[in-house]
Design a protein around this ligand. Structure first.
Ligand code: AMP
Length: 167
């Protein structure tokens, strides 16, 4: 469990972990796969979220998955993926944060992900929380903890010896 001092400092500017949907590159599940290739190439990210027509989050599309698909075809040519849609290649099992989310979940889930999509209770896509934004807060925490709080070591307990255990 995260202590109060750390939680306070980490969440001081919690809104900054979050990048709202209007600033997040994303594609529709029904888009042609080469559209996703174009978007990923333009924005320079290795993966972005995928939504359906109701703006519900349905998955994530990875550049490497598109390249894999191209390699599985006869010739590596972006035109060869014309026949596929984003939904044919996207990952469907993706970790998500449900709004309102807790910093503890964010820290756990970001160990294995570069970013986390945020959805509401109806699974509508709201935006993302990125590792970069969280690391900025961790950096602030590292610098401010001992400025704002008195931190002293907890006295180590003397380990039980065999004799004290027996008696
Ligand atoms: P960062 O922590 O800023 O390096 O971002 C980690 C990952 O989050 C990137 O590699 C992208 O996959 C994703 N990401 C960050 N910002 C955006 C954005 N504005 N639109 C779409 N995806 C993003």
């Amino acid at each position: 469990m995260i202590g109060n001092a750390v939680r306070d400092l980490l969440t001081q500017k919690e809104e900054r972990f979050f990048i709202p949907i209007e600033n997040v590159a994303h594609v529709m599940a029904s888009n042609p796969l080469n559209h996703a290739l174009l978007v990923l190439t333009k924005v320079g990210y290795s993966q972005i979220p995928v939504v359906d027509k109701d703006f519900q989050l349905v998955g994530m599309i990875r550049l490497s998955a598109i390249v894999d698909k191209m390699l599985s075809l006869q010739k590596v040519d972006p035109n060869n993926i014309d026949q596929f849609k984003v939904e044919d290649v996207m990952d469907r099992e993706v970790p998500v944060l449900r709004d309102p989310y807790d910093i503890e979940d964010v820290l756990h889930l970001l160990v294995d992900a570069n970013f986390l999509p945020v959805v509401n209770q109806e699974r509508e896509f709201l935006g993302i929380v990125t590792r970069r934004e969280v690391l900025k807060a961790v950096n602030r925490l590292a610098h401010q903890l001992e400025v704002k709080y008195t931190v002293s070591p907890v006295l180590e307990k003397t380990p039980c010896t065999a004799e004290t255990k027996i008696s």
